[in-house]
Design a protein around this ligand. Structure first.
Ligand code: SAM
Length: 405
């Protein structure tokens, strides 16, 4: 099977983390750009990528690169490719594109031209043209056209990999699954100690942490990928890879995952999402103000994603919340590494602690920071082992209660 370049796209800020994921999968890193990393492999390798990647959005398998100055040149070049070998004639095709070239004003026109070239070619060879449209749940082709350089890819993911399929209950301001995975990876948490997520909202950070701690491949949650709608899809290999991934998953982890929010509907939604992801048994949920989140004595990481003030009138209230987060870190969280993910630098200052690290991410186009605070100075006074601080937590048969600050 021939090797080709494979471009993995991802949100800005994530390539350094995605790179590490590729190396861990024994795939080379050929190059890195602002929102993607290029590797090399076979179409079979894309099955592994779609199954295991946590921070990538789409695995694009390069079919051909060529020069085109004009849409007619694009059409000629795309028509010359053997589409009848990869797109089923009774299938459904979607063409997506990323275009920045002087001869095209509307990128949809480039997609249309590319789609026409493909379906005309298949009709000519097979007598029947596949249906086409905007749905990305079957065969997907991606066109990248910058100046006079065109790259045509098979999109082996189809729907972006950020759509894991577990977030069924919509809440406001949820974090995208891939971004949440990148945040957890950036903390270095590996399941060995505790992962605390006050202000959990729909639970994305805690769910991604649970999947990671269990070494569970995120692609196991999805039943549909672009590669399944390509001719020659190696279904036997896909089933083998899935079985292997299931065997490699752990049943439990040494650390505890605790997720709380002040909003009861948010916690309800997070629980349902965790159940859909198959990790509800691993996350201890609770409804409480963040300062009352139970904190196991033996430390770990604590990750907070407070709102960052999109609406007028919210700022004054949020300033108090950020100040309270700083006080909470200082007074209650010694023994932990604290993280605040925010898109508002002015609010971040209100935490009034000096961050040890500041990592840049982007959330829906907004520049955000993951601020890391070392809360290790001094040591937390050891109390009776296993006891935790703060509010009552669901799922604890003895209704363990906090020790107070
Ligand atoms: C930006 S959202 C978190 C989104 C989350 N990362 C997700 O993926 O869904 C902020 C959350 O903080 C919660 N919140 C606000 N003030 C709080 C407080 N004082 N204590 C606990 N939770 C609070 C809100 O209910 C909301 O769910």
């Amino acid at each position: 099977m021939h090797k080709s370049k494979i471009l993995i796209t991802c949100p800005k800020g994530i390539p350094p983390i995605l790179k590490q994921e590729l190396l861990a999968l024994n795939l080379p890193v050929l190059s890195e750009n602002i929102a993607g990393v290029e590797t090399e492999g076979t179409l079979d390798d894309t099955l592994r990528l779609n199954l295991h990647l946590r921070t990538g959005h789409r695995a694009l398998f390069l079919l051909r690169e060529f020069i085109a100055h004009h849409p007619d040149e694009l059409y000629r070049n795309v028509s010359a490719m053997a589409w009848e070998e990869s797109i089923p004639e009774d299938g459904y095709l979607c063409v997506t594109s990323s275009v920045d070239t002087p001869s095209i004003k509307d990128p949809r026109f480039a997609s249309l031209k590319c789609k026409d070239a493909i379906v005309d070619r298949i009709k000519e060879r097979r007598g029947r043209r596949p249906d086409s449209g905007p749905e990305r749940d079957r065969s997907v082709v991606h066109l990248y056209w910058k100046d006079d350089r065109c790259s045509v890819y098979l999109d082996t993911s189809g729907e972006p990999l950020s759509r894991r399929g577990y977030r069924k209950i919509p809440l406001s301001a949820p974090m995208q699954e891939t971004l949440a995975a990148a945040v957890v990876l950036a903390t270095g948490w590996d399941g060995g100690n505790n992962f605390i997520n006050p202000m959990c909202g729909s639970g994305t950070l805690a769910i991604e942490a649970a999947l990671m701690g269990l070494n569970r491949a995120p692609g196991l949650l999805r039943s549909n990928f672009g590669f399944m709608h390509m001719k020659g899809f190696n279904e036997g290999l896909w089933n083998e890879l899935r079985e292997k991934a299931k065997k490699e998953a752990r049943k439990s982890i040494p650390g505890r995952i605790i997720a709380t929010d002040i909003s009861a509907p948010a916690v309800e939604a997070a629980k349902k999402n965790a159940a859909t992801a198959g990790v509800e048994h691993l996350i201890e949920f609770g409804v409480c103000d963040f300062v009352d989140t139970p904190l196991p004595e033996d430390g770990g990481v604590i990750v907070m994603n407070p709102g960052y003030g999109e609406r007028m009138g919210e700022m004054a209230q949020l300033e108090i919340v950020y100040k309270d987060i700083g006080d909470y870190f200082k007074q209650k969280c010694r023994g932990y590494t604290g993280y605040v993910f925010t898109g508002n630098p002015a609010l971040a200052k209100k935490v009034s602690l000096k961050p040890k690290r500041s990592l840049q991410f982007f959330n829906s186009g907004i520049e955000c920071r993951l601020l890391e605070y070392d809360l290790y100075e001094g040591s937390r006074k050891k109390k009776k082992s296993g006891k935790i601080q703060g509010a009552l937590i669901d799922g604890e048969p003895d209704g363990r209660q906090g020790n107070g600050p």
